[in-house]
Each structure stands twice: as structure tokens, then as C-alpha cells.
Design a protein around this ligand. Sequence first.
Ligand SMILES: CSCCC(=O)C(=O)COP(=O)(O)O
Ligand SMILES: [Zn+2]
Length: 209
Amino acid sequence: MTVFNPQDFARAAQALGDTGRILYQRGWSPATSSNYSVRLNDQCCALTSSGKHKGELTPADILVVDWQGQPLTNGKPSAETLLHTQLYQRDAGIGAVLHTHSPVAVVLSQIWPQEQLSISGWELQKAFAGETTHEATLNFPLFANDQDIARLAAQVEATMQQQGQGHAYLIRGHGVYTWGKDLTECFRHLEALENLLGYQLELLKLRPL
Ligand SMILES: CSCCC(=O)C(=O)COP(=O)(O)O
Ligand SMILES: [Zn+2]
């Protein structure tokens, strides 16, 4: 039986709501888009319910799901639940996952021709855990959008097994996923990713492909 500490759940639900308000204000989670989660233990996570306005989340809009995506509390899990559970299952060090739909990420993901975006030379790369130099190359895979989330999650897992887990990935015309050891680190990763993708988009305007 999967059990979780109700106090951990209450804290996570509050934190996810606070995060949603910030991300909605920034324009990264418009029109009910995005989903957010926090690991509760080695079997389940707190996750946003499907279809909720991310700037107006209350604790009632957060539920608990296990790694099969089955709800353990009342509510309808995010349509993209399996993209969260794939990450928690593969890496016990992942404590939070954020998925957003910012204009920069969505536009760049549509026009970038390759199946991965490789960046190098930016000081802000060091905002990702374990990165110590702007000279490193960070690779962000780009996946085709897919309404079959189980299939997409399997594709993400296969890519990570071949190429390493990395820090984030993009889904074309859809958005980004990033993760971290906890919500604070994950939020920092998301901010870094958004800014790095913004630099790349600006570069494309100055130096078209
Ligand atoms: C309105 S955006 C379409 C669904 C989506 O991509 C998303 O991020 C939100 O889905 P959820 O089921 O988690 O609300
Ligand atoms: Zn989405």
C-alpha cells in the first residue's frame, strides 16, 4: 500500500500553488497550461490536477499520484502525469518537476531544426546543478509533440538512456520540462532555461539559420 505523510502533502500543495502564481504572473503558464509536482517519498508525488488555472491554485487543486499515475487522493491528475512519474522513477534524486509553456520556449521549439538544442558559452549555464563552467555544452532534446503521453514518456526515457538525463527537454510547439532535487532548485533551473532559450531566440534574430 502506498502511504504518504499528510503534512508533507500539505506543505507541497502550498508550495506548488505559490509556484503557480509566480509562473502565471511571468506568462509562462497561460490559459491553464503547465503542470508541477513535488516528490513525497519513493512511491508518490504531489501533482497539479488537470485543467486548473495555474495562477489560482488552492490546496484542493493538488493531488497525490503513484508512479503508475494512479491517483491516491481525490481529483483528476494532470494529462501529463506520466512525464513527471517517468523522471521520479528513473532518479531518486529528483524532488520536483516543473512543466511550463512560455512563449520563448514554445516559439524556439517550433523553429529549431535539429532534434537537440546544444548551448555553450553562457555564464548562466552554471545555474544548473553540477555545472561549473560556461565552456561546457548543455544539450536539451527536442521531442515532437504527442497527445499519447505514455508513448512520449517512453520516448523521453529511451532518449535519456542513450544520451544521459541532462537538465531539461523541450516538446515542439508545447513547452519545457525541467527538474531538480527540490522545488527551489527546480525553479532555478526553469529560470535559467527560460533565459538561455531567450538568448538563443535573440541570436536567431541577429544570425538567422
Ligand atoms: C491548456 S494547455 C493543454 C494541456 C497542457 O499542455 C498542459 O500543460 C496542462 O495540462 P494539465 O492536464 O496538467 O492541466
Ligand atoms: Zn503542457
